[in-house]
Design a protein around this ligand. Sequence first.
Ligand SMILES: Nc1ncnc2c1ncn2[C@@H]1O[C@H](COP(=O)(O)OP(=O)(O)OP(=O)(O)O)[C@@H](O)[C@H]1O
Ligand SMILES: O=C(O)C1=C[C@@H](O)[C@@H](O)[C@H](O)C1
Ligand SMILES: [Mg+2]
Length: 170
Amino acid sequence: MGAGKTTIGRLISQSMGKEFYDLDKVIEDNAGADIPWIFEREGEEGFRKRETQALSNMVQSDTHNTVLATGGGIVMRPENRDILQQDGLVVYLYASVAQQLYRTSKSSHRPLLQTGDPKATLKKLFEVRDPLYREVATLVIETDARHPKAVANKVLDAIKRYLTSEDNQS
Ligand SMILES: Nc1ncnc2c1ncn2[C@@H]1O[C@H](COP(=O)(O)OP(=O)(O)OP(=O)(O)O)[C@@H](O)[C@H]1O
Ligand SMILES: O=C(O)C1=C[C@@H](O)[C@@H](O)[C@H](O)C1
Ligand SMILES: [Mg+2]
């Protein structure tokens, strides 16, 4: 959370001339309700079901022309990890827990952080999720101490280099 998926995803979609979707927003539009409401009424399990459904629907369409920012918990379900690995070039935006804490401190729309100790929660989530992000990622990009535009340029460069090296191998 707060790694910059929504912010960087939008920036790189503009540079690449692709359509941008934010899966959290897609889930909210489908539900006609916001994420805190979904967590309150259906619990995290209800939210995760909606998340998997939204991701499956998304990859039925033309993913070549799409940049998709997911929510931070997308890697928790094995079926989501399978979909991401099969259908996408996946970029893991790495942010330290300190940066995540700083970047999420200004808003209150992330239900999992509405605890007494968001730092401890972020640390726990990071320990579980970091290996899963690395498992599905094609590219890992460090985001600490970098302006969003600089991160977006770094992602674009890394994608270009990756695609060129793929071309050279085939
Ligand atoms: N590289 C960066 N440097 C500084 N601030 C950043 C950077 N990237 C994003 N931010 C800021 O951090 C906040 C969170 O970013 P954003 O919403 O894009 O994160 P996210 O990864 O989509 O989070 P979530 O998992 O909750 O969807 C925003 O206020 C954004 O402007
Ligand atoms: O890290 C998470 O588990 C979440 C991140 C947000 O993007 C939302 O998808 C939701 O608040 C859950
Ligand atoms: Mg987001």
